[in-house]
Structure formats: C-alpha cells, structure tokens
Design a protein. Structure first.
Length: 330
C-alpha cells in the first residue's frame, strides 16, 4: 500500500471537494416550474431570469395564482422572448395573433412564431405552418405550410401530426395521399389527441385508405367526445340517428346532439331545432353531409371557410378549456 505522506493532502483535498459538491447539490433551489410560487418567479424575473419571465407571463395570462392580466403577461413574454426564451417566443406570437395585451399584429405574430420554429420548437413550427395555410403575415403557401407541419409532426407534436394528416387528406401542398394521412392521424390518436381521434374516425367512416368501418369510427368518436370534442359528439349523433353500423337510437342521438350544441356546434343545434320542429327524427341538411372534423388553425382558407379558428391549447396555453376557440379573422 502506498502511504506516501506527500499524497495525503491531495486525498484530503479531493475528499473535501466531494463533500462541498454534495452540500451544494443538497442546498440548491428547486427548478422553476409553473407550480413555483409567484413571489419567487417575480423575484427571479426581475433579476433577469428569462425562464422565470416566461413562467410569470404564463401565470398572468391564465390568472393562475395571480389576477389575470394580459398586458402584464405580454410584457414578460416580450422580455423573455427578446432574451431568446423559445417557449416565450411562441407565446408572444399568440399574444400578437389574438391581440391579447397588445394590439393585434399579424406580422409580429408570424415573426415570433418563426423565431420559435427556427429554434426547433414543435409548437412554433405547427403555428408557423398554420400562418402559411391562411396567409397570415406571410403569402399563402400550402407547400411551405406542409413543410413546417411535417417538421412539427416528426418531433412528435400531435398538433403537427394532425395538420400534416389534413394536408395529405385534402391534397394541400401535396397530392392526396390517404396512406400518409392515416399514418399521421393514427400517431396523434395514439397519444389521445382528440383531433387525431376525430380525423381518424372520419377516415374509417368514409373508408378513405381503409375498409369502411362504422364501429371503429364510433369508437374513435367516442374517445374524442369523452374529452369534450364537440364535432365528435355531433358525429356520434349522426351515427345513432341514421343507424350507421348500429341500430338507430333516437335517445342517444339527441343526447349527443345536445352535448355538441351546448358547446356551440351549429350543425348540432340546427339538427336539434329541426328535430323539435318536426317532432320526429328528421334531420337538417347539414347532417346529411360527409362526416365532419374541426381542426382549429388548419381550416380551409377564407374563401372556403369564413373564419379559421385558433385553438389556444395548440399554442402553448396549458390551462385553457379545449373547447374554447377564438377566431383569427373577423
């Protein structure tokens, strides 16, 4: 055994370094999260911590533990975004797109979505794709939209996967390709994404790229409806009213139409009004159309749909009711 006394100080020094490192690890503050108390976030944000600035903006936007304040949230998002905090860049784009805490500015919204997207943020990539879909702050370009949707989709974003699937279903920026559409819808559905479940159900109901299967469509619609997707609720209403793949059931049809109408689904409300007026299971013309889907942020351009909606849950807002939609165009 080497017991050279000249080596003992080195051993003691190394042991002391290990002890100091352990003490430092045990006493360091916990990482910042949305659950961090507001005073801590405020203190760190004022000291220039960009992540704390972003989190404080989120808390203010949602009114989570503090009075809801869009203007203050915007200021913190702007500060954090200018310091390179990528999620804040996306949220700043949301603020400009919706006019929350600042005048609405499509160019600024697109600028910050692009900053987040080019930094590799999957939500920012999907949002930038939607800007190209609608020509908001950029020239309308389906090819460019699909390019960004696919970047988001390949990172595992359910929003990007659904939007890529829609592009392949509708032939926007690419020839119609049901195989690719099914692949992306299925990946989103496997994550439990309600819009992925809805669109995959539509594929099965229509028999697009798969053998038509009403029972599978019903199962997928039911899973989407279970988390409050109003369009899925209305699609279930149609299946039960027409007896598609099952026996007709007027009571269940009315139940699902009522749930959808209560969430603002206009087709469901029209069907209920017609049903009530006739006192029968007669249905409005809207229910005789193809199965519906509702894809906020990726609806057809304004010449095909009057007002594309923007889903706040798709734009990085964690505490927004999934049924809550805002319109990007007046």
């Amino acid at each position: 055994m080497n017991d050279n006394p000249l080596l003992r100080p080195r051993r003691l020094f190394a042991f002391g370094a290990v002890i100091l490192s352990l003490v430092s690890w045990m006493t360091r503050p916990p990482p910042l999260t949305l659950q961090t108390d507001v005073r801590t976030l405020e203190r760190k944000a004022e000291m220039g911590n960009s992540f704390a600035q972003f989190l404080l903006g989120r808390r203010l936007r949602e009114g989570d533990g503090v009075p809801q304040d869009d203007a203050a949230a915007f200021r913190w998002f702007l500060t954090a975004a200018q310091h390179g905090e990528v999620p804040a860049q996306n949220d700043l784009g949301v603020a400009y797109a919706l006019g929350k805490g600042t005048p609405r500015d499509e160019l600024e919204a697109t600028k910050w979505f692009r900053a987040a997207a080019e930094s590799g943020d999957a939500t920012g990539q999907d949002n930038l794709g939607s800007r190209y879909t609608h020509g908001l702050g950029v020239p309308q370009d389906d090819n460019e939209a699909l390019r960004w949707f696919l970047k988001s989709a390949h990172q595992g974003s359910p929003a990007g996967q659904v939007d890529a699937g829609i592009a392949y279903t509708d032939g926007r920026g690419t020839p119609i390709n049901y195989t690719e559409a099914l692949k992306w819808f299925r990946l989103a559905a496997e994550k439990g994404d309600p819009k992925g479940l809805l669109d995959l159900g539509v594929m099965y109901e229509n028999g697009n790229g798969v053998v038509q299967d009403y029972e599978q469509a019903r199962t997928l619609y039911a899973r989407a409806a279970a988390v409050g997707n109003a369009t899925a609720e209305h699609n279930l209403c149609r299946l039960y009213r027409f007896g598609l793949g099952m026996s007709k059931d007027g009571a269940l049809a009315r139940e699902w139409c009522t749930k959808a109408a209560d969430q603002g689904n206009k087709n469901a409300r029209q069907d209920l009004d017609t049903w009530t007026a006739h006192g029968t299971t007669a249905v409005a013309a809207s229910s005789r159309e193809l199965p519906q889907r509702q894809i906020p942020g990726t609806t057809p351009p304004p010449d095909r749909a009057g007002c594309p909606a923007l889903d706040l849950t798709r734009l990085g807002s964690p505490n927004v009711d999934p049924s809550f939609k805002l319109c990007l165009l007046n």
